[in-house]
Structure formats: structure tokens, C-alpha cells
Design a protein around this ligand. Structure first.
Ligand code: GDP
Ligand code: MG
Length: 240
């Protein structure tokens, strides 16, 4: 990036994000960014999603962090396309530069995993349509207040590693109240990649958005007929 100031960086990012979204919209692609502190369980939540998502949904993942090479192998082992972007500060510019590595026309869902940390301005728009913030109970119940812009700009919060609740000091009510204060009525899903708690709700949330976009697109390319909620509920029925 050649920009000289923070304002320039934001402007450049904003222009790239708009261009990204325009490209995504042109092909009816749903783009979800999954953002949270390193180690909060993002890749695990994405893996849990991919292994249960309706197999007809054509999905690819962009992983943007310093360990991206290793993390994409956790995605590709499930048979999905994944692009590593090795950076500690993922921006819409990086996403823009990586788009020629993806066949956007033949995708329904693109997931972008990004770390939120002190260096990474998580309020950056990547060009996504939906943002999911991920926090773990092991990370402390103050994390929503540490990432206020992330929470306020999210469409869903995943609170992960709930199996660790008996072993850590984490006041769920405090966390929930902080989220409610930052963004009233924001949906929080308590999730655990080990026991599958909440994974059904997470999968359903993603599918509902992707299916809606596919129906809007209405080109009949993939869902004919549309998979009913009853069928999906049945196939997910073994989960809590
Ligand atoms: N106990 C427990 N560990 C988890 C859970 N989800 C993820 N982990 C572990 O937490 C660590 C970080 O997870 P990862 O998905 O790589 O986090 P990311 O850095 O946000 O992508 C890994 O060792 C995971 O196995 C969970 O629900 N329960
Ligand atoms: Mg990860």
C-alpha cells in the first residue's frame, strides 16, 4: 500500500471494499467475514460449518493471518477451496488482490477469516455482506468491550468453547450485557466445536442467508427444488 496516512489507508480500503462488494453482488455471492481474536475458535467454527453445510452450497474460504498457510490445510482437508493471505492486518485491498484466485461465478458462499488484534483495524470493511464476531469463554468475559467496533458491526456473535465454562472464570451475563449495550438485540450463539453445542444454529444462520441470496438470484443454477427447512432440520437433527 502506498498510502501515507491512516486517512489514506481507510479511503483506499473503503474503495476496495466497495469494488469487492460490487463484484460479489454481480454474481449473487454471499460473503461472510468471521473475525475475532487469535485462538478464539474461528477456524474450528468454520470447519464445523463446512462439514455440515448443505453440500450443494459452493463455498470457498479466504484465511488472512500470519499462520494462514497452515490454517488453510484445515479447510482444504474437507475438500473446499481455500486461499491463504499471509498478513497480520487483513484489508479489503488484500481481498481484492486475491479475487482472481477464486472462481467467483461458481461460488455461492465466500467466508473470510480474519484475526482481530491491536494492529488489525477490525472496523475495516472487507466488502463482506455479513460479519460474525467470534469470542471464546477462555478469552475472558471482557472481550466484547475490548472489541466494541467489531461487536457493533457484527450480525452475529459466536461465543465458543463453552465446554470450558466449568474451568474458567467467565460471567456469561456480563458478556451478554456488554454485547447488548454495544448492539441491542444482536444474536449470540453459544457454541462448542467439541460437543457441537450451537453448531446447528450456526449452520442454519449461514444457510438462511445463502439460500435467500440464491433464491433472489433465481437462476435455477443450483437449488431446484429449494431444500426445505424440514429436510435441513432432519439432516442436522443429531446435533444439540
Ligand atoms: N475446548 C475447546 N477447544 C476449542 C474449541 N474450538 C476450538 N478449540 C481449540 O482452540 C484452539 C484455537 O482454535 P482455532 O479454531 O484455531 O482458533 P482461531 O485462531 O480463532 O482460528 C485450537 O487448539 C482448537 O482446537 C471448543 O469449542 N472447545
Ligand atoms: Mg484460524
Amino acid at each position: 500500500m502506498k498510502s501515507s496516512s491512516l486517512a489514506d489507508r481507510f479511503r483506499l480500503n473503503s474503495e476496495s471494499a466497495q469494488a469487492n462488494r460490487k463484484d460479489f453482488d454481480a454474481v449473487g455471492l454471499t460473503v461472510i467475514s468471521v473475525v475475532g481474536p487469535a485462538g478464539s475458535g474461528k477456524t474450528s467454527a468454520i470447519e464445523a460449518l463446512l462439514t455440515r453445510l448443505d453440500p450443494k452450497v459452493r463455498v470457498a474460504v479466504i484465511v488472512g493471518n500470519l499462520a494462514a498457510e497452515r490454517q488453510v490445510s484445515r479447510i482444504t482437508r474437507h475438500g473446499y477451496q481455500a486461499v491463504p493471505l499471509i498478513t497480520d492486518n487483513l484489508t479489503a485491498v488484500h481481498i481484492r488482490q486475491s479475487l482472481d484466485r477464486l472462481d467467483l461465478q461458481h461460488l455461492d458462499l465466500l467466508i473470510i477469516e480474519a484475526d482481530g488484534n491491536a494492529l488489525s483495524p477490525v472496523e475495516f470493511d472487507l466488502g463482506h455482506h455479513l460479519r460474525v464476531s467470534v469470542f471464546s469463554v477462555a478469552g475472558g468475559d471482557d472481550k466484547a468491550t475490548e472489541y466494541p467496533f467489531l461487536v457493533a458491526g457484527s450480525d452475529l456473535v459466536l461465543l465458543t468453547k463453552t465446554d470450558l465454562l466449568p474451568y474458567v472464570t467467565f460471567d456469561i451475563q456480563v458478556f451478554r450485557q456488554d454485547v447488548e449495550r454495544l448492539k441491542p438485540r444482536l444474536n449470540i450463539i453459544d457454541a462448542c466445536a467439541q460437543s457441537n453445542q450451537g453448531i446447528k444454529a450456526w449452520v442454519s444462520w449461514v444457510e438462511s442467508h445463502v439460500f435467500r441470496e440464491i433464491q433472489k438470484r433465481g437462476n435455477g443454477e443450483m437449488f431446484v427444488p429449494f431444500v426445505s427447512w424440514d429436510d435441513r432440520a432432519k439432516s442436522l437433527g443429531d446435533m444439540p
